[in-house]
Design a protein around this ligand. Sequence first.
Ligand code: GDD
Ligand code: MN
Length: 377
Amino acid sequence: MLQLSIIIPTYCEAENLTVLIPRVNQALTAASLDAEIIVVDDDSPDETIQVCQTLAEKFPLRLITRKDERGLSTAVIAGLEAATGEILLVMDADLSHPPENIPELVSALNQPQADFVIGSRYVEGGSTDQSWGWFRKWNSRVATWLSRPFTSARDPLAGFFAIKRQTYRKARQILNPVGYKIGLELIVKCRCRNVVEIPIDFADRVSGTSKLSFKEQLRYLKHLKRLFDFKFQNYAYFIQFALIGLTGVFVNLQMLSLLSNWISSPVAVALAIWSSMSTNFLLNRNITFSYAKHAPIFKQYLTYCGSCLTGAIFNWLTTMTLSQSFQFFEKRILLAAFIGILVGMGFNFLLCRYLVFSKHKSADEPTATDKELKHTE
Ligand code: GDD
Ligand code: MN
């Protein structure tokens, strides 16, 4: 089997490819690596395709053109699927990742205990471009810091990494990234424990433009949420459910203070409860249990109201039982009420998770592409 497959996602990188591919090839030859280069292009309107065709005459390069899909992560997955090498290495086309580091990444991954190798900017000896301003530095640092719950790697967002084919294949059915951070997705989903980082000097692109927009950065947050749900499951859902519950308290109090100027207080209280219940419902449907947001909303809303009522009844029963049956709680009614709230919330959460938003089509299910690929195997 081929030793190595190098996957390069591209969108309008004609100029950079003419420099990159010979440099990659030189690094491969110097290290006597038997490799293929797979360029995954999303039908770039510049000369990327023609350039690849010309380069393929001279170098071991294969071009995959995707006509109806766009996106860095899915392009990388398409490349990983097409690859035939024992080791799969991913890098950018814009010369940010020095190809001269490829052999080092490969030999680090050849150590038996290594699952994943990163060409890292943030370990000793690594660097980013001198021209980075404070905003870019902080932006990158914050994004990296947000990945901390998932990995202790210093630079899991680098985009320059290698993984063993057998490790990748364990998780290929459950990959479901959005946006740019396919490396982090692989570390989490392939359950890579031993991540090795090789220092690199990350250079800024000279030709062409970056495709990392603000929208992509928002997608990263969405991706983090998916990984959070995947890794922490019910704990993750519960934390989101509780935080949304907290926002409901504010909605309720705000509505009450607004409405009590206009209408009698029993009606105002009822309306305030109804509004916070509704905002909680919408937020839970779109965020916490977003896997179920395509199910019919009306039925969900009715069962949600039922579940809130059940939670409220359990809350009441707990508070009353504690305060009337235990001397300790007689003088501590607020503590009893607090425990009642927790019990009620627990019931409400379980009903929401398994009844109201029960259709569990979560991020760990195969993507459409994975299913298609499976059929073609
Ligand atoms: N096929 C395909 N489709 N390739 C794409 C797409 C796309 O929609 N968008 C970007 N690419 C390719 C680019 O052509 C380039 O080779 C690589 O993906 C990285 O894209 P850039 O536009 O250069 O993005 P960047 O420099 O902001 O992001 C890079 O640096 C980050 C760290 O600072 C990427 O390597 C990220 O993965 C990395 O996190
Ligand atoms: Mn770049």
